[in-house]
Design a protein around this ligand. Structure first.
Ligand code: TMP
Length: 221
Protein backbone atom coordinates (compact mmCIF):
# COMPACT_ATOMS: atom_id res chain seq x y z
CA UNK A 1 0.00 0.00 0.00
CA UNK A 2 1.26 3.45 -0.87
CA UNK A 3 1.03 6.04 1.89
CA UNK A 4 1.48 9.78 1.66
CA UNK A 5 5.03 9.55 3.00
CA UNK A 6 6.22 8.19 -0.33
CA UNK A 7 4.35 10.89 -2.20
CA UNK A 8 5.68 14.36 -2.88
CA UNK A 9 2.34 16.06 -2.13
CA UNK A 10 0.82 16.92 1.22
CA UNK A 11 -2.55 15.82 2.51
CA UNK A 12 -4.40 17.90 5.12
CA UNK A 13 -7.87 17.06 6.45
CA UNK A 14 -10.27 19.17 8.51
CA UNK A 15 -12.66 17.53 10.98
CA UNK A 16 -15.29 18.46 13.53
CA UNK A 17 -18.99 18.23 14.34
CA UNK A 18 -21.60 19.96 12.16
CA UNK A 19 -21.51 23.71 12.77
CA UNK A 20 -17.90 23.82 14.06
CA UNK A 21 -16.89 26.32 11.37
CA UNK A 22 -14.66 23.93 9.47
CA UNK A 23 -15.81 24.78 5.95
CA UNK A 24 -14.96 28.49 6.41
CA UNK A 25 -11.51 27.54 7.67
CA UNK A 26 -10.93 25.13 4.77
CA UNK A 27 -11.60 27.96 2.30
CA UNK A 28 -9.36 30.43 4.13
CA UNK A 29 -6.46 28.05 4.61
CA UNK A 30 -6.64 26.88 0.98
CA UNK A 31 -6.39 30.52 -0.18
CA UNK A 32 -3.46 31.24 2.11
CA UNK A 33 -1.53 28.18 0.91
CA UNK A 34 -2.32 29.08 -2.72
CA UNK A 35 -0.83 32.49 -1.97
CA UNK A 36 2.52 30.82 -1.26
CA UNK A 37 2.58 29.50 -4.82
CA UNK A 38 1.68 25.88 -4.06
CA UNK A 39 -1.07 24.23 -6.06
CA UNK A 40 -3.97 23.34 -3.78
CA UNK A 41 -6.76 20.90 -4.51
CA UNK A 42 -9.77 21.42 -2.23
CA UNK A 43 -12.18 18.52 -1.88
CA UNK A 44 -15.11 17.61 0.33
CA UNK A 45 -15.88 14.16 1.69
CA UNK A 46 -18.46 12.86 0.88
CA UNK A 47 -18.33 14.38 -2.59
CA UNK A 48 -16.01 15.93 -5.18
CA UNK A 49 -16.46 13.23 -7.84
CA UNK A 50 -19.56 12.77 -9.98
CA UNK A 51 -20.63 9.54 -8.30
CA UNK A 52 -19.69 10.67 -4.79
CA UNK A 53 -21.79 13.83 -5.21
CA UNK A 54 -24.77 11.64 -6.19
CA UNK A 55 -24.30 9.44 -3.13
CA UNK A 56 -23.75 12.56 -0.97
CA UNK A 57 -27.22 13.79 -1.94
CA UNK A 58 -28.71 10.45 -0.90
CA UNK A 59 -26.84 10.50 2.40
CA UNK A 60 -27.82 14.03 3.36
CA UNK A 61 -31.43 13.89 2.13
CA UNK A 62 -33.69 14.00 5.17
CA UNK A 63 -36.23 11.99 3.20
CA UNK A 64 -33.89 8.99 3.53
CA UNK A 65 -34.37 8.62 7.28
CA UNK A 66 -34.78 4.84 6.81
CA UNK A 67 -31.15 4.15 5.83
CA UNK A 68 -29.72 1.36 7.98
CA UNK A 69 -26.55 2.28 9.94
CA UNK A 70 -24.38 -0.26 8.11
CA UNK A 71 -25.73 0.82 4.74
CA UNK A 72 -24.85 4.38 5.70
CA UNK A 73 -21.31 3.28 6.63
CA UNK A 74 -20.78 1.64 3.23
CA UNK A 75 -22.18 4.62 1.34
CA UNK A 76 -19.70 6.97 3.06
CA UNK A 77 -16.89 4.51 2.37
CA UNK A 78 -17.90 4.18 -1.28
CA UNK A 79 -17.67 7.97 -1.61
CA UNK A 80 -14.24 7.92 0.01
CA UNK A 81 -12.89 5.19 -2.27
CA UNK A 82 -13.93 7.29 -5.29
CA UNK A 83 -12.44 10.45 -3.82
CA UNK A 84 -9.12 8.80 -2.98
CA UNK A 85 -8.63 7.07 -6.32
CA UNK A 86 -9.96 9.79 -8.62
CA UNK A 87 -8.84 12.97 -6.85
CA UNK A 88 -6.56 12.64 -3.87
CA UNK A 89 -3.93 10.11 -4.96
CA UNK A 90 -3.51 11.66 -8.42
CA UNK A 91 -3.15 15.16 -6.90
CA UNK A 92 -0.59 13.97 -4.32
CA UNK A 93 1.27 12.22 -7.12
CA UNK A 94 1.50 15.58 -8.93
CA UNK A 95 2.98 17.11 -5.80
CA UNK A 96 -0.09 19.18 -4.98
CA UNK A 97 -1.43 20.05 -1.56
CA UNK A 98 -4.78 18.35 -0.95
CA UNK A 99 -7.16 19.86 1.59
CA UNK A 100 -10.17 17.73 2.45
CA UNK A 101 -13.27 18.94 4.27
CA UNK A 102 -13.71 15.73 6.33
CA UNK A 103 -12.09 12.31 5.75
CA UNK A 104 -11.86 8.91 7.49
CA UNK A 105 -12.01 10.35 11.02
CA UNK A 106 -15.57 11.47 10.30
CA UNK A 107 -16.57 7.87 9.63
CA UNK A 108 -14.94 6.76 12.85
CA UNK A 109 -16.62 9.57 14.82
CA UNK A 110 -20.11 9.46 13.20
CA UNK A 111 -20.53 5.78 12.34
CA UNK A 112 -18.10 4.23 14.86
CA UNK A 113 -18.91 6.37 17.92
CA UNK A 114 -22.16 8.13 16.91
CA UNK A 115 -23.96 5.11 15.44
CA UNK A 116 -21.99 2.80 17.74
CA UNK A 117 -21.01 0.42 14.95
CA UNK A 118 -17.72 -0.32 16.71
CA UNK A 119 -14.42 1.48 16.50
CA UNK A 120 -12.29 -1.46 15.32
CA UNK A 121 -14.77 -2.42 12.61
CA UNK A 122 -14.88 1.13 11.28
CA UNK A 123 -11.09 1.52 11.45
CA UNK A 124 -10.69 -1.61 9.33
CA UNK A 125 -13.40 -0.50 6.91
CA UNK A 126 -11.67 2.88 6.54
CA UNK A 127 -8.39 1.14 5.73
CA UNK A 128 -10.09 -0.80 2.96
CA UNK A 129 -11.85 2.26 1.50
CA UNK A 130 -8.69 4.40 1.45
CA UNK A 131 -6.24 1.58 0.66
CA UNK A 132 -4.29 2.87 3.63
CA UNK A 133 -4.11 6.56 2.73
CA UNK A 134 -3.97 8.75 5.85
CA UNK A 135 -3.68 12.55 6.04
CA UNK A 136 -0.28 13.98 6.97
CA UNK A 137 -2.02 16.47 9.25
CA UNK A 138 -5.58 16.59 10.57
CA UNK A 139 -7.05 19.77 12.04
CA UNK A 140 -9.88 19.01 14.44
CA UNK A 141 -12.00 22.06 15.19
CA UNK A 142 -13.57 21.31 18.53
CA UNK A 143 -16.68 23.06 19.80
CA UNK A 144 -19.39 22.13 22.33
CA UNK A 145 -22.51 20.60 20.78
CA UNK A 146 -24.82 23.36 22.05
CA UNK A 147 -22.69 26.14 20.62
CA UNK A 148 -22.53 24.38 17.25
CA UNK A 149 -26.30 24.05 17.25
CA UNK A 150 -26.81 27.73 18.11
CA UNK A 151 -24.41 28.75 15.37
CA UNK A 152 -26.51 26.90 12.85
CA UNK A 153 -29.39 29.01 14.17
CA UNK A 154 -31.32 25.89 15.13
CA UNK A 155 -31.72 25.14 11.41
CA UNK A 156 -31.53 21.48 10.53
CA UNK A 157 -30.51 21.14 6.94
CA UNK A 158 -29.45 17.53 6.51
CA UNK A 159 -30.16 14.01 7.74
CA UNK A 160 -27.22 13.72 10.14
CA UNK A 161 -27.82 17.14 11.66
CA UNK A 162 -31.33 15.98 12.51
CA UNK A 163 -29.91 13.42 15.00
CA UNK A 164 -30.36 14.17 18.71
CA UNK A 165 -27.90 15.81 21.10
CA UNK A 166 -26.61 12.50 22.50
CA UNK A 167 -25.58 11.40 19.03
CA UNK A 168 -23.62 14.62 18.49
CA UNK A 169 -22.03 14.34 21.96
CA UNK A 170 -20.79 10.85 21.07
CA UNK A 171 -19.45 12.17 17.77
CA UNK A 172 -17.64 15.07 19.46
CA UNK A 173 -16.10 12.79 22.09
CA UNK A 174 -15.21 10.31 19.35
CA UNK A 175 -13.22 12.99 17.54
CA UNK A 176 -11.44 13.96 20.77
CA UNK A 177 -10.62 10.31 21.45
CA UNK A 178 -9.08 9.98 17.97
CA UNK A 179 -6.96 13.08 18.68
CA UNK A 180 -5.80 11.61 22.01
CA UNK A 181 -4.83 8.38 20.27
CA UNK A 182 -2.98 10.01 17.40
CA UNK A 183 -1.53 13.29 18.69
CA UNK A 184 1.22 13.33 16.06
CA UNK A 185 -1.33 13.51 13.26
CA UNK A 186 -4.34 15.24 14.82
CA UNK A 187 -4.21 18.78 16.24
CA UNK A 188 -7.17 20.06 18.26
CA UNK A 189 -8.19 23.70 17.67
CA UNK A 190 -10.54 25.66 19.90
CA UNK A 191 -13.52 26.35 17.66
CA UNK A 192 -15.15 28.68 20.19
CA UNK A 193 -12.59 31.41 19.36
CA UNK A 194 -13.35 34.16 16.82
CA UNK A 195 -12.93 33.02 13.19
CA UNK A 196 -9.66 34.93 12.66
CA UNK A 197 -8.14 33.46 15.80
CA UNK A 198 -9.02 29.94 14.66
CA UNK A 199 -7.37 30.63 11.28
CA UNK A 200 -4.23 31.92 13.03
CA UNK A 201 -4.12 28.88 15.32
CA UNK A 202 -4.38 26.63 12.25
CA UNK A 203 -1.53 28.49 10.54
CA UNK A 204 0.63 28.19 13.67
CA UNK A 205 -0.10 24.47 13.81
CA UNK A 206 0.79 23.97 10.16
CA UNK A 207 3.96 26.04 10.53
CA UNK A 208 5.01 23.78 13.38
CA UNK A 209 4.04 20.47 11.84
CA UNK A 210 4.91 21.09 8.20
CA UNK A 211 7.46 23.94 8.28
CA UNK A 212 8.14 23.80 4.51
CA UNK A 213 4.53 24.64 3.73
CA UNK A 214 4.01 28.03 5.33
CA UNK A 215 7.32 29.26 6.70
CA UNK A 216 7.22 32.56 4.81
CA UNK A 217 3.55 33.31 5.52
CA UNK A 218 4.06 33.05 9.27
CA UNK A 219 7.26 35.09 9.26
CA UNK A 220 5.63 37.92 7.29
CA UNK A 221 2.36 38.06 9.25
P1 TMP B 1 -20.77 18.25 5.58
O1 TMP B 1 -19.91 17.96 4.41
O2 TMP B 1 -21.67 19.39 5.37
O3 TMP B 1 -20.02 18.32 6.85
O4 TMP B 1 -21.85 17.04 5.69
C1 TMP B 1 -21.48 15.76 5.76
C2 TMP B 1 -22.34 15.08 6.80
O5 TMP B 1 -22.07 13.70 6.77
C3 TMP B 1 -22.02 15.55 8.20
O6 TMP B 1 -23.24 15.55 8.97
C4 TMP B 1 -21.13 14.47 8.75
C5 TMP B 1 -21.58 13.24 8.01
N1 TMP B 1 -20.52 12.25 7.76
C6 TMP B 1 -20.63 10.98 8.31
O7 TMP B 1 -21.59 10.69 9.03
N2 TMP B 1 -19.67 10.05 8.01
C7 TMP B 1 -18.61 10.33 7.20
O8 TMP B 1 -17.76 9.46 6.96
C8 TMP B 1 -18.50 11.66 6.64
C9 TMP B 1 -17.36 11.99 5.74
C10 TMP B 1 -19.48 12.58 6.94
Amino acid sequence: LKGPVEMPGLFISFEGIDGCGKTTQVERVAEIIRGTGREVVSVRDPGSTRVAELVRNMLLDRGNSDIDARTELFLYLACRAELVERCIRPALGRGQVVISDRFSDSTLAYQGYGRMLGVELVREANRIATAGLTPNVTLLIDIPVNLARNRRGGKIVDRLEAEDGDFHERVRNGFLEIARREPDRVAVLDGTLPVDDVTNAILDTLALRVPVLLGDVIKSS
